[in-house]
Every structure is written in structure tokens, then in C-alpha cells.
Write a protein that binds this ligand. Sequence first.
Ligand code: SF4
Length: 217
Amino acid sequence: MTEQIQKLFKNLQKNKMQPLYAETKEDAVKLAKDMLFDGAVITWGGSMSVIECGIDKLLRDEKYCFMDRSRAGITPEEQQECFKAAIGADFFFCSTNAITEDGELLNVDGFANRISSIAFGPKKVVMIVGINKIVPDLKSAFLRVKKIAAPKNCVRLGIDNPCAKLGHCVSLLNNPDPDFADGCQKDTRICCDYLVSALQRQKDRITIILVNESLGY
Ligand code: SF4
């Protein structure tokens, strides 16, 4: 484990979040599996990091009650039900847009369904996080969203926002230090609501499985 990761883990513990280390994606699956129990009600945030580890396949095991917002053929109404079910779920799986060395998490949503579950509701939040998401501070975390996470997610989701073509937020064209509300004005904007998870009241409700590989955006 590098000095940077040791510092990160110490600060996550200080912020009452539980850090777990996985050397590989396969190790991450094992750690996730160990937390689950038969009949567990599980929802998730449709995360690429979860998919790249194959943890979504684990969650689909019939011994769990997986409310899959991303399943093929799901209707908008059924998807809304999945979002609502998250509030009483046993587990919510997702990643984070960035994690600071000081042990803070930054997450940014268009609809706030993911950040609402991170902040409140599910008994346990499990984040699958690649080492590529570690940044020095919150300013870098914000810029990571504007330069990496938002553009790549727009491309992945087929959303025609300016960052999908530019490779970074349009707000950065003339300003290296944009504000939260800067950027495109489109109805399809995906960075509308910002959540910083810092020192938690509920110890270890949030578990971060840090994988020593690059995952997601
Ligand atoms: S404000 Fe618009 S252009 Fe900028 S990152 Fe968000 S979605 Fe992309």
C-alpha cells in the first residue's frame, strides 16, 4: 500500500468511513460478497466501476433482492420505483466521482438520485473506487468532474452536451476556475447537484473498497 493510500485510509477512518483495500477487481468482488446476506435488498447507482469489477453480476444472484435500475427493458416508471426503493434498502452500491487524500468524497448528479442515496436512506453504502479517483483536494475533485467524469459519462450515455465533444466542461474554455453553476445551460446537463461527504455521524455506514487499479471515470 502506498503512502498516499495509507494517508487516505487514515483520513477516511477519521471521517468515520470504512476503507477496505482490494489489490485486484477479483479481490473487490470477494470483499463485496462478504458483506452481503441472503435476502438483502440492494440498489445501485449504475456505476461503471461496479460493472468493470463484475460486482453487478454478483448483485444479480437470485439469493439477493436486487432492484436493478439498469436492467434491460425497464420502464421509466419502474426505474422511479428503484430510485424510491433505495431509501429502505440494505445496500446501495456505487462509486464516487472523486476521493480526496483528506478523506472526502465528491459526487455530482443531474437528477440527484445517486447522491440522495449516498447522503441518506440505504443502511449501507458500498463504493467501488479505483485509484484513478484519488485527488489531493476538493478543488481538484471538482475539476476532475469537469475534465473527466462529466465528459466521459455524457459520451457513455449518448448525451449531446458540449463536454462530450470538447472533452471538458464548456465553462473551462475561458475560465480555469469556474463556479458550480457555470457550464452549459442545457436541460440534459448532468452536473447540477453537488454532494461532499465529509465527517459522518453514522460510523462506517459508508464503506469504500479501494481497488489498486484504474476503474470507471
Ligand atoms: S455543465 Fe454541461 S458541459 Fe459542463 S460538464 Fe456539466 S454537462 Fe458537461
